[in-house]
Design a binder for this molecule. Structure first.
Ligand SMILES: Nc1nc2c(ncn2[C@@H]2O[C@H](COP(=O)(O)OP(=O)(O)OP(=O)(O)O)[C@@H](O)[C@H]2O)c(=O)[nH]1
Ligand SMILES: [Mg+2]
Length: 497
């Protein structure tokens, strides 16, 4: 009888930990989101699909997950260990496309949802199945992302991982990433070097030194090359005897073994949760710095805004000084049509937008940290068009209102003279001729109004850029995720360990 003894409340603590992970918004910005979320999803899966079922259902068989590259012989080994044709094998790669589990009939219902995946469970009465379930996985080196993800999910819920590598191709096919991932969870690993032939006696030692060079620990079992029986898709029982013995050996002191694995997985999972919480805090600080940096840089640019050359080359720079302007003849022959004014305003509008946009690009290029946000720049540039465009249109409205008191026939000219004077160009006396002695007041007011509006546009552009980076800085607490794991570890000190 298997009985995993743990302190009261461990299960509830794990449930809460999983809920904490699920409910926290761990994103700190567009560029940190997916990495953090992937880690979080994996830790939730380990708690919900491995630890909690293991604790609530201690009698479930020990799950041995066979993983490895396509064609390494996983399905053939599983068929051979069980003496049945369970899993399709074959020359067409990859052959196994979904999880197939071989178990005793008694354990069927506990395994249909193994690893949170719908699994095909095939039952049999081979002795090895009395305490063990053999889990066949799709290839881990798959071109099919779906296969790889499935295999990774299954490995995350294993009590033991059997990593199968073919002696024919192992040199370039050791899946280091997957191995490290399996080890990071605390799962015991057994390596099978499959299809070892008499012609390559050094393969086992060579394989062993490759693993140890990479800091990977685990027993290695060699399985010799044999003829595969056509009907059963298996090699003779003799070939897998040592592997079978080793696996059955694990179930002898099942209680102790199970507790040891649980403890290892709890330790590694809780450590990773604390690390994740720390990482999220660091990410948040980092994005907080970016956020502050962006806003400060836009503020600086807004303060240093220079409008002096904006009207260069435009017709408005030719507004003459008072004497000629006073001449009715000149005014008649140079009367500004409203279409000319619209054209002039639209050129000026484009120049102002281009100025803010070029400041935006300069800020982003100057900041190395922002180099990675490429696509966001275009998004923010579109924001500049909208924000700055609105600011300038509002300004034009004001300028038009300022000339209300002027003779209707001279209004377009007055708008131009005011714009020109506000931007520091044209003859100051031109404005004076049209606006009288208050010309300075009009000019200064228009100038201030434009600068204020542009400053707001800079602030809004900075906010828009920060928004499009989806920066989430420091407010939300990850305290729960930093403290609760410690409680879980304390409780996981089993009564009889
Ligand atoms: N001669 C010989 N052929 C083998 C042996 N083991 C596996 N094979 C053959 O190698 C091919 C691949 O074996 P599978 O068991 O399907 O490999 P797999 O790891 O399950 O592959 P996927 O399901 O694609 O991930 C099949 O054609 C097997 O018949 C062996 O010991 N000797
Ligand atoms: Mg297979």
């Amino acid at each position: 009888m298997v009985a995993v003894r743990t302190a009261d409340g461990l299960l509830q603590d794990l449930q809460r930990l999983a809920s904490d992970l699920e409910s926290q918004d761990l994103r700190s910005g567009r560029f940190t989101a997916s990495r953090t979320e992937q880690t979080r999803d994996r830790l939730i899966r380990i708690i919900r699909s491995y630890l909690i079922p293991r604790l609530t259902n201690p009698e479930a068989p020990l799950c041995v997950v066979f993983a490895g590259p396509t064609g390494s012989g996983k399905s053939t080994l599983i068929n051979s260990l069980s003496g049945l044709k369970v899993s399709e094998t074959g020359p067409i790669r990859p052959t196994t496309k979904g999880p197939v589990i071989l178990a005793s009939e008694r354990a069927r219902h506990q395994l249909e949802n193994f690893g949170g995946l719908g699994c095909e469970v095939v039952t049999g009465s081979a002795p090895i199945l009395s305490h063990i379930a053999l889990v066949d996985t799709p290839d881990i080196d798959s071109m099919e992302t779906e296969h790889r993800v499935m295999a990774e999910n299954l490995i995350d819920c294993a009590d033991v991982v059997v990593m199968v590598t073919s002696a024919l191709r192992y040199a370039d096919l050791v899946p280091w990433e997957v191995l490290r991932r399996a080890m990071s969870r605390g799962t015991p690993l057994i390596f099978v070097l499959n299809r070892v032939t008499g012609g390559a006696p050094g393969a086992m030692t060579d394989f062993a030194s490759r693993l140890s060079d990479a800091g990977v620990k685990g027993d290695i079992i060699g399985v010799s090359e044999h003829h595969v029986e056509v009907g059963t898709h298996s090699v003779p029982a003799l070939a897998v005897r040592e592997l079978g013995r080793r696996l059955v050996g694990l179930t002898r002191d099942r209680d102790r073994y199970q507790q040891e694995i649980l403890r290892r997985v709890i330790d590694s999972t809780t450590t990773q949760i604390s690390d994740l919480a720390d990482q999220v805090e660091r990410d948040r600080e980092w994005v907080g710095d970016i956020d502050t940096g962006i806003r400060a840089a836009f503020e600086d640019k807004a303060q240093a805004l220079d409008l002096s050359d904006l009207v260069t080359g435009l017709q408005m720079s030719e507004v003459p000084e008072g004497g000629r302007l006073r001449s009715r003849h000149w005014r008649r022959s140079n009367r500004l049509g409203s279409r000319d004014l619209v054209e002039l305003e639209s050129t000026l509008r484009a120049r102002l937008i281009a100025r803010v946009e070029s400041d935006l690009r300069r800020i982003i290029l100057r900041d190395g940290q922002l180099g990675m946000i490429g696509g966001t720049v275009e998004d923010a540039a579109r924001g500049v068009h909208l924000i700055t465009g609105q600011a300038i249109d509002g300004w034009f409205d004001i300028v038009h209102r300022e000339v209300d008191g002027i003779d209707r026939r001279d209004r377009n000219l007055a708008v131009m003279a005011l714009i020109s004077a506000a931007l520091g160009s044209g003859h100051p006396r031109a404005a004076e001729t049209l606006f009288g002695t208050d010309a300075n007041v009009f000019t200064e007011r228009a100038r201030r109004e434009l600068l204020d509006r542009l400053q707001v546009a800079y602030t809004q552009t900075a906010a828009h850029l920060c928004d499009s980076l989806r920066l989430v800085s420091g407010e939300r607490e990850v305290d729960e995720l930093q403290t609760r794991p410690t409680g879980v570890v304390t409780r996981s000190h089993f009564a009889d360990a």
